[in-house]
Design a protein around this ligand. Structure first.
Ligand SMILES: O=C(O)[C@H](O)[C@@H](O)[C@@H](O)[C@H](O)CO
Ligand SMILES: [Mg+2]
Length: 382
């Protein structure tokens, strides 16, 4: 079998799908994207694709190395997201060729259900109580929200109170009947993270995510030393080599590699295994589309340390399309009591509505993250 063609589709709300075709009619789908830089990843996919045309898609391990080591300059969000989507599509082809789901090829299930969580509250946490109430009605009991709005390097006690009050209110209304993680989204400085984490501790969040930016990863062990709240990070780390450093430094309780950013299934099973050796949990990042989610689930179901799965149903970013709009086999993604079941179809387990993808990819808008500024006009982390 030989790879014959790579076609990319940029799509609303902010995704990109990749179709890889072969000379034997089998094709695979993947989701290579970095939110807000879809066109850059698209260019990288086609640049890498030159080396794939005419190659045997079954040799995923070799093709991965060709894409990674074959370039003198490697790594980073653009190239690793391009590799990620290509890798997903290659696994899809392999599964479809052999007639088995990817999790079967990775050694089989380690669990029967995979717990998922949902987003509430939007960019600046608001209406979180109503949001949680609505989702609870459909069986979801685990949530994530942004921990605060923009925050200055040294901010005032009003900003701290605002963040703490939102969280206090959640515990007041729902007690211990729900769990929630807090995403600081890299918008909190190291000095403010210290204060916020201390003040939030009594409300027992499930985890605090990106308490500081990945660029400030040396603070993770220091922050972890001052709190019992599990610290999570990883959505802006792109390879096992980056995860190696944070795992060895200690401090993280949960790693969150993104299956569409960190080199795909091939790389993320390795990151998961490495985390397991450090007694660190896995919670793949996935505010993206159905192919990214399917890839996450393939890894979750074979990784003993997978604890919960992010998914984008109803997320504030899904303007113009929802998680399952382009999926034919929607029922396979139904959650029961807040958990996913293994995807049992061959390959990734997603049947794509290709006609709709082609139609919606025409004039797809370029999504950009908002540019925030502090009151004094300086750029703020979003
Ligand atoms: O945890 C998450 O889902 C992420 O932080 C997510 O909210 C953002 O990073 C977003 O995808 C950036 O475009
Ligand atoms: Mg996050």
């Amino acid at each position: 079998m030989k790879i014959t063609k790579l076609t990319t589709y940029r799509l609303p709300p902010r995704w990109m799908f990749l179709k890889i075709e072969t000379d034997e009619g089998v094709c695979g789908w993947g989701e290579p994207v970095i939110e807000g830089r879809a066109r850059s990843v698209e260019a990288a996919v086609h640049e890498l694709g030159d080396a794939l045309i005419g190659q045997d898609p079954a040799r995923i391990n070799d093709l991965w190395q060709v894409m990674y080591r074959g370039g003198f300059y490697r790594g980073g969000p653009i190239l690793m997201s391009a590799i990620a989507g290509i890798d997903q599509a290659l696994w899809d082809i392999k599964g479809k060729t052999l007639g088995v789901p990817v999790w079967q090829l990775l050694g089989g299930l380690v669990r029967d259900r995979m717990k998922a969580y949902s987003w509430v509250g939007g960019d600046r946490p608001a209406d979180v109580i109503a949001g949680i109430q609505t989702l609870r009605a459909i069986g979801i009991d685990t949530f994530k929200l942004n921990g605060c709005a923009e925050m200055s390097l040294i901010d005032n006690s009003r900003a701290v109170d605002e963040a703490v009050n939102t969280v206090a209110q959640i515990r007041e209304v729902f007690g211990n009947q729900i769990e929630f993680g807090l995403d600081f989204h890299g918008r909190v400085s190291a000095p403010m993270a210290k204060i916020l984490i201390k003040e939030l501790e009594p409300y027992r969040p499930l985890f605090i995510e990106e308490p500081v930016l990945a660029e400030q990863a040396e603070y993770y062990p220091r922050l972890a030393a001052q709190t019992h709240i599990p610290i999570a990070a990883g959505e802006r780390m792109y390879s096992r080599f980056e995860f190696k450093r944070v795992l060895a430094a200690g401090g993280l309780a949960i790693v969150q590699p993104d299956l569409s950013h960190a080199g795909g299934i091939t790389e993320c099973v390795r990151i998961a295994a490495m985390a397991e050796a450090y007694d660190v949990g896995l919670a793949p990042h996935c505010p993206l589309g159905p192919l990214a989610l399917a890839a996450c689930l393939q890894v979750d179901f074979v990784s003993h340390n997978a604890i919960f799965q992010e998914q984008s149903m109803g997320i504030h970013y899904n303007q113009g399309a929802e998680l399952l709009d382009y999926v034919v086999n929607k029922a396979d993604f139904a959650m029961h009591n807040g958990s996913f079941s293994p995807l049992n179809r061959p390959g990734l387990g997603v049947e794509i509505d290709e006609a709709l993808v082609i139609e919606r990819s025409r004039d797809a808008p370029d999504w950009r993250n908002p540019l925030w500024r502090h009151a004094d006009g300086a750029v703020a982390e979003w």
